[in-house]
Design a binder for this molecule. Structure first.
Ligand code: NAD
Length: 499
């Protein structure tokens, strides 16, 4: 059985705790490796070594740190196929989608190449008589990144790029379900010139996370995962005096107005609802057509498109639109939720429950499913399904549709499809959601903006990557400097004896 260890002080090392978690191949349902779960002692040593390495790294001038990011970006590009394969083999997503996973992480590294400009301070000349005032941004020290299974390349890169380029050391704890991509990324960062110890990848479960949250050296915690864990981590990190930005789950709605181009809206819903088996925090899981005519026409356009979707292992290449879900438990939870939707009175228009793939009978597959007539009180509406299940909630008016979204406890992403600029502007201005798409279903901001949801989709006040991330990973020091008049007036040009 393949064993996956940790990346410590520039080397792959085996775990010594004797504890492991199984890493599955979700397409076959087989255990393909086991990943070491670090002990407290292993974690503490990794943090102590990172603390030492960080001092020199922080003193390295920003342009040199930027050059490491440039070389890192080039290596990620060169290793794109290898990284994508690692993502697919542990996560199960298709190879083109896995390349997108790497690409959207790489784009954050590209922005980090220009970090010197981001880290410039402020200066006021002559703020008072002989007084200058300036503010500088300094790294925090050792920070932690805790990441989910669903983007094994992108989210670790969102964490490590800004934190490292700003002069911090990072302890990265990737998801124990997809640990390998982070280890290869760490190796590439070292090849790019990152000093040993500045990036430590410590695999583990709750034990390692709690160890990070309680360790006095850890200055900040960047977390991405489900809402209950995000809320827990935010609370515990804050209680321990750490900075924390914790991004959680989602229930993203897309409004389809009667004037929308319904073919384009249907295509968008297919990609955003079923891509990556719905395991994206920016997936659209609720379609909200406005008016009965729009709803009927939309369902009519969705059904044949959904029935054409091909589900299978990533190794089937272009013959597959999406792969399995991550675990058996996840598959069972999704199937249970579909059953509950039927029991609670929603109309299951396309039923993906009985999908079986020849040769992959034990894989964690769920077929694409579509519900109509979903209401607010149903479990399929209330819970984040995180599977290939799209729910349709019919709204009578635009205001009803908007209110539905406003009342939802999540606020990660949302979209509206319409031909009317006035409606689109009104929506973008009033909706209480962090990322908004207008005729654009998955509005993940480009890397020079910042990513973050509202409400229960994020805890903490700064977003991830972009300008917000540089603020998060640095602290401000403000200096008020007065220089008394000295040599300028007092200088004597004649040669005289000292008193
Ligand atoms: P998860 O919350 O189960 O795990 C995330 C991380 O937390 C992992 O590293 C895991 O080891 C750790 N963890 C799990 N349980 C813990 C516990 N009890 N105590 C301490 N640490 C714990 O999330 P997941 O299933 O890996 O990822 C899917 C979730 O992530 C979905 O809810 C999805 O919406 C969300 N997500 C959000 C964003 C965003 O930016 N808002 C992006 C991607 C995914």
């Amino acid at each position: 059985m393949k064993e996956i260890g940790h990346w410590i002080n520039g080397k792959l090392v085996a775990g010594t705790s004797g504890r492991f978690a199984d890493v599955y191949n979700p397409a076959t349902g087989e255990v393909q490796a086991r990943v070491a779960l670090a002990s407290e002692a292993e974690l503490n040593q990794a943090i102590a070594d990172a603390e030492k390495a960080q001092v020199k790294w922080a003193a390295t001038n920003p342009q040199r740190r930027a050059r490491v990011m440039m070389a890192f970006g080039a290596l990620i590009n060169q290793n794109m196929d290898k990284l994508a394969e690692l993502v697919s083999v542990e996560h199960g997503k298709t190879l083109p989608d896995a390349r997108g996973d790497v690409q959207r992480g790489l784009e954050v590294i590209e922005v980090c190449m220009g970090l010197a400009a981001q880290l410039k301070g402020e200066y006021t000349d002559s703020a008072g008589p002989g007084i200058d005032l300036y503010a500088m941004r300094q790294p925090l020290g050792v920070v932690a990144g805790i990441t989910p299974f669903n983007f094994p390349a992108m989210i670790p890169l969102w964490k490590m790029g800004p934190a490292l380029s700003a002069g911090n050391a990072m302890i990265l704890k990737p998801s124990e379900r997809c640990p390998s991509t982070s280890l290869l990324l760490a190796q590439l960062a070292q090849e790019a010139g990152l000093p040993d110890g500045v990036l430590q990848v410590v695999n583990g479960d709750k034990g390692v996370v709690d160890g990070l949250l309680d360790h006095p050296t850890i200055q900040a915690v960047g977390f991405v995962g489900s809402t209950p864990i995000a809320q827990y981590i935010y609370g515990r990190a804050a209680t321990n005096g750490k900075r924390a930005q914790c991004f959680g789950g989602a229930k993203n709605h897309m409004i389809i107005m009667p004037d929308a181009d319904l073919d384009k809206a249907a295509d968008a819903l297919i990609g955003a609802g079923y891509g990556a088996a719905g395991e994206r925090c920016m997936a659209i899981s609720v379609a909200v057509p406005v008016g009965q005519k729009t709803a009927d026409a939309l369902i009519e356009k969705l059904v044949p498109r959904i029935e054409k979707l091909k589900v299978g292992p990533y190794t089937a290449g272009n013959d597959v639109d999406f792969g399995p879900v991550i675990t058996k438990a996840s598959q069972e939870r999704i199937l249970g939720l579909i059953n509950s939707g039927v029991e609670q009175g929603a109309k299951l228009v396309v039923d993906g429950r009985n999908l079986k793939i020849q040769g992959y009978e034990n894989g964690f597959f769920v077929g694409a499913s579509l519900f109509d007539n979903v209401t607010r009180d149903m479990e399929i509406y209330k819970q984040e399904i995180f599977g290939p299940v799209l729910s349709t909630v019919r709204a009578e008016t635009y205001e009803d549709a908007l209110q539905l979204i406003m009342d939802n406890e999540y606020g990660n992403g949302t979209a509206i499809f319409t031909a009317d600029g006035d409606t689109a502007r009104d929506f973008a201005s009033r909706v209480n959601v962090g990322m908004v798409g207008i005729n654009f279903p998955i509005p993940v901001p480009l890397s020079y903006y910042s990513f973050g949801g509202w409400k229960k989709s994020a805890f903490g006040d700064l977003n991830q990557y972009g300008p917000d991330a540089f603020r998060f990973y640095t602290k401000t020091k403000t200096v008020t400097a007065r220089w008394f008049s000295g040599i300028k007036e007092g200088a004597a040009l004649n040669f005289k004896a000292l008193d």
